[in-house]
Design a protein around this ligand. Structure first.
Ligand code: ADP
Ligand code: MG
Length: 340
């Protein structure tokens, strides 16, 4: 799907939920990686230095941007992903507001190198304060590299609100883990301060993606689940009752390839494990839901992670019952652990 970038008209922009804000380095990483996914990349490299505060580089082998569209890509409400308001309700891209590049470029220094398969040469461009200051031809492979330097250099108040490097790095890592898991058919490489953190194989296999991101302890306690009912398909991995965590960090939910948060699904998980885990202990769940896009509403939150199902009760019961049944059919006798 290769479409040119166009400015959305006001009729559409008024219908799109309020503008997203670049709050922290993790927001930048999210927007740029989602653009790479939307560009049909098969391999994406995410590299950060100093918690992304001074340096973020995202490289993909996606479709690239036409040389004549580069300036437009960095304008507000310019997108190649939707063209009519109907498209908002039948979305199959992660982005559609056409705001991210404009927002990022207004609070950082941006360098972009990009080439489409139709262009003989690539283009390297630089943006300062949201305006293009350099543009020239370069030799480069098909795809896009974006480098974000000195985030919030011109908005000291936002810079001051950033947390420590450790915390900001952790936000990015949690996000990159989820993005990598959301697309097991894409190979993700994650590099922090020149150190390789992980590379997922990009072979479609969810389990091998989990294994390359997390430790072996969790991988060996996972059970595969699968179920299908009406227009809804559920697959993924859940932990057996020998495994639990003090928080929900090992719970990831993906709907149509998009990482999401959903109170309904969290409830479904809790219900399924209710009598099986100690109080305040949570299982690991990697749930992949495929559902007809017109049965969900993704446009209720600008950060786009919270979604609403039209038939919440059905979804909750479907997920909860599928997990319960699987746990019942799996050996439920806990291995005895010696408590200290
Ligand atoms: P949106 O993703 O909502 O369309 P963005 O501001 O994130 O808005 O991007 C604007 C446009 O720039 C996209 O619609 C797309 O056409 C183009 N673009 C951005 N990043 C990439 C990329 N990595 N590869 C190819 N095209 C891209
Ligand atoms: Mg985008």
């Amino acid at each position: 799907m290769f479409k040119r970038i166009k400015k959305l008209d006001e009729k559409i922009t008024n219908k799109i939920a309020a503008g997203e804000v670049i709050e922290r380095p993790a927001s930048v990483v999210k927007e740029l990686v989602e653009n790479s996914i939307d560009a049909d990349a098969k391999a994406i490299t995410i590299e950060i230095k100093n918690a992304g505060k001074t340096y973020i580089r995202i490289t993909d082998d996606g479709i690239g941007i036409y040389r004549d569209d580069i300036e437009l890509a960095f304008e507000r409400h310019a997108t190649s992903k939707i063209s009519s308001d109907r498209d908002i309700y039948n979305l199959n891209s992660l982005g559609f507001r056409g705001e991210a590049l404009a927002s990022i470029a207004s609070v950082s220094n941006v360098e972009i190198i990009t080439k489409t398969k139709d262009d003989e040469f690539g283009i390297r461009a630089e943006f300062r304060n949201g305006k293009i200051v350099y543009k020239n031809e370069v030799g480069c492979p098909v795809g896009t590299t974006i480098i974000i330097k000195d985030l919030f250099y011109n908005t000291p108040v936002r810079y001051k609100f950033l947390k420590s490097d450790a915390t900001e790095t952790n936000y990015i890592s949690i996000l990159v883990n989820k993005l990598a898991l959301s697309h097991p058919e894409i190979s993700f490489r994650y590099i922090i301060n020149n150190k390789n953190i992980f590379t997922t194989p990009g072979n479609k296999d969810i389990y091998s993606a989990i294994l390359s991101i997390y430790d072996k302890e969790i991988a060996k306690n996972l059970i595969e689940i699968y179920n299908k009912k009406d227009d809804v398909k559920l697959r993924g991995y859940i932990s057996n009752i020998n495994y639990s965590r003090g928080n929900r960090q090992m719970q990831s939910i993906f709907v149509n390839g998009r990482y999401i948060k959903s109170k309904i699904i969290t409830k479904a998980i809790d219900e399924a494990y209710k009598t099986l885990l100690p109080l305040n202990k949570y299982p690991a769940c990697f749930l992949y839901l495929d559902i007809n896009p017109n049965m969900i509403d993704v446009n209720i939150h600008p950060a786009k992670t919270e979604i609403r199902f039209h038939n919440e009760e059905f979804i909750k019961n479907f997920i909860s019952n599928t997990i319960k049944e699987k746990l019942l059919n799996t050996n439920l006798i806990p291995t005895i652990k010696m408590e200290k």
